[in-house]
Design a protein around this ligand. Structure first.
Ligand code: AMP
Length: 507
């Protein structure tokens, strides 16, 4: 099974149905999408690429992203979607590491395509040459056969430290992910629409698959990026949108709803479902989001190594305010998604009792085949049939997983383990605090001390004494920050994750 078969089926059944939108304008029906993909596949073959070869996509979010990605799959190739905000030298590193043969770029992110070397071809996705590839009248080739274990997507980890690794995501992984969406995230109807508000090189783009399975519409905002007001307007025009976004983006959508004075029902005209994940969503933030926008949120936890599939915290659990453990559940990442098992294990891989913190392991058909040409890293991450995620967490007796922190973010002060997330959750409920990130700083006496970087809400003045008193009121004394740094903003990577390494360097 090749993912391109999903597109072909949609095209055969409903060729005229609207598929891809640029803003409010339909730019491809399912039939056009499939025939363009087939032609791209034929041209890539003619250019000498053979099944299994890698094709880099270094593009801003663009309607052609979908046509080119499925074109590569049609020809049995492997796509390497690259974050559009990377430096050209970082992209070159990925081109070399993946031994890619072709790249599609957009000129805004790659103004000088010739700067990328070692490829058989670099094509501007908006060029006349690319249009000719998509539109010419050549006969349509058959879809190249692929085994379920063949790689479809080589995903370079966003890497808050060190060199990224290429995660080999197979056709089976992505089909599993797509089917799981309907059960654990949200049912999709053919009239629904997904909006690409976050980078298509990451989770947002991966969610094209369940939406294609359902024959839904795919909307690339005209700005090609994230603009909350644009999304509200698009949803009103096209019908309620579904989207995936990191918590920082969700926060900005909620800010927009609040600033525009919209009721939850009015928010429902623009948004059907907002799936969030990729970084911690604090309980205070999701409570506010639910209050302002209504029950249109679902959380997922996964990682590139098990794309979008780990746990999910669905609408029903988020809404179940009468449950005695609702507050804990809001701060959790939910329960195992259907095709996987989740285990919290000690260093020997044995499961720990409920409530104990250990490393989160995932097992199932969504788990990657391994890291590209990196057997050592693969052997470290895949052991005895389980993916070792590097995330620390605890399961409760009902199977809800609460993430603590990445093992490297854990603070050990005076011999006690302190999970930054716990301290951050408290700080975020303190008056005047917009954002908080807690890290450890080396200390001769304690080993490490807890330091909080805190961003005030607009117009608020923060005082470390007041924050200290607030923490003393809410958490154990030894966990409270010994030092506060009041800052205008937190350093974040391109996906909105706070870069704790940068904060630690500042200390
Ligand atoms: P990536 O491979 O770039 O998608 O990053 C995956 C990592 O993001 C995971 O290993 C977690 O550390 C973090 N992450 C993903 N989803 C969540 C979530 N819902 N809550 C907290 N952290 C998350």
């Amino acid at each position: 099974m090749n993912l391109a078969h999903l597109l072909q089926r949609r095209a055969l059944q409903h060729p005229q149905r609207h598929a891809i939108f640029s803003g409010t304008q339909c730019v491809a029906s399912h039939g056009e999408w499939a025939s363009r993909a087939a032609r791209v596949g034929a041209h890539l073959h003619a250019a000498g690429l053979a099944p299994g070869d890698r094709v880099v996509l270094f593009m801003r979010n663009h309607p052609r992203y979908l046509e080119l990605m499925f074109g590569a799959w049609w020809a049995g190739l492997v796509v390497v979607p690259v974050n559009a905000k990377l430096h050209i030298k970082e992209v070159q590193w990925i081109v070399d590491n993946s031994a890619a043969r072709w790249a599609f770029v957009t000129s805004d992110v790659a103004p000088d395509p010739a700067a990328l070397t070692g490829l058989d071809g670099v094509m501007d996705a908006e060029s006349a040459a690319c249009t000719a590839w998509l539109e010419d009248g050549a006969g349509l080739p058959a879809i190249e056969e692929r085994a379920p274990t063949d790689t479809a997507w080589l995903f370079y980890t966003s890497g808050t430290t060190g060199r990224p690794k290429g995660v080999m995501i197979t056709h089976r992984n992505l089909i599993t992910m797509g089917l799981t969406y309907f059960n654990d995230v949200d049912p999709i109807a053919a009239g629904d629409a997904i909006a690409y508000a976050a980078p298509m090189s990451h989770g947002a783009g991966i969610y094209a698959i369940p939406h294609l399975m359902a024959g839904a519409r795919h909307v690339v905002p005209a700005s090609g990026g994230f603009d909350a007001a644009e999304l509200f307007a698009l949803g009103r025009q096209l019908g309620p949108l579904s989207l995936f976004a990191a918590p920082t983006i969700v926060k900005r959508i909620v800010d927009e709803a609040e600033a525009a004075g919209l009721s939850p029902a009015q928010c429902g005209q623009s948004f059907k479902t907002i799936v969030y994940g990729g970084a911690p969503m604090y309980a205070a933030d999701i409570q506010r989001a639910l209050r302002v926008m209504g029950p249109r949120f679902v959380q997922i936890y996964g990682q590139g190594e098990s794309p979008m599939v780990g746990t999910a915290l669905g609408r029903a659990h988020l809404a179940d305010a009468s449950h005695p453990r609702h507050a804990e559940r809001l701060a959790s990442v939910g329960v195992a998604q259907t095709p996987v098992r989740i285990r919290v294990a000690g260093p020997d891989g044995e499961p720990l009792p409920a409530g104990e913190v250990g490393e989160v392991l995932i097992q199932g058909d969504s788990v990657m085949a391994g890291y590209w040409r990196n057997p050592e890293a693969t052997a470290a991450a895949l052991r005895d049939g389980w993916l070792w995620t590097g995330d620390m967490g605890a399961l409760d007796a009902d199977g809800f997983l609460t993430l603590k922190d990445r093992s490297k973010d854990l603070i050990i002060s005076g011999g006690s383990n302190i999970y930054p997330r716990e301290v951050e959750e408290v700080l975020l409920t303190a008056p005047g605090v917009a954002e908080a990130a807690v890290v450890g700083a080396p200390d001769p006496e304690w080993g490490e001390i807890v330091v909080a970087f805190v961003v005030p809400l607009p117009g608020a003045a923060l005082d470390s004494k007041v924050l200290d008193a607030f923490c003393l009121d809410h958490i154990a004394r030894f966990k409270r920050p010994k030092r506060y740094e009041i800052v205008d903003a937190l350093p974040k990577n391109n996906y909105g994750k706070v870069l704790k390494t940068v904060l630690r360097e500042r200390l």
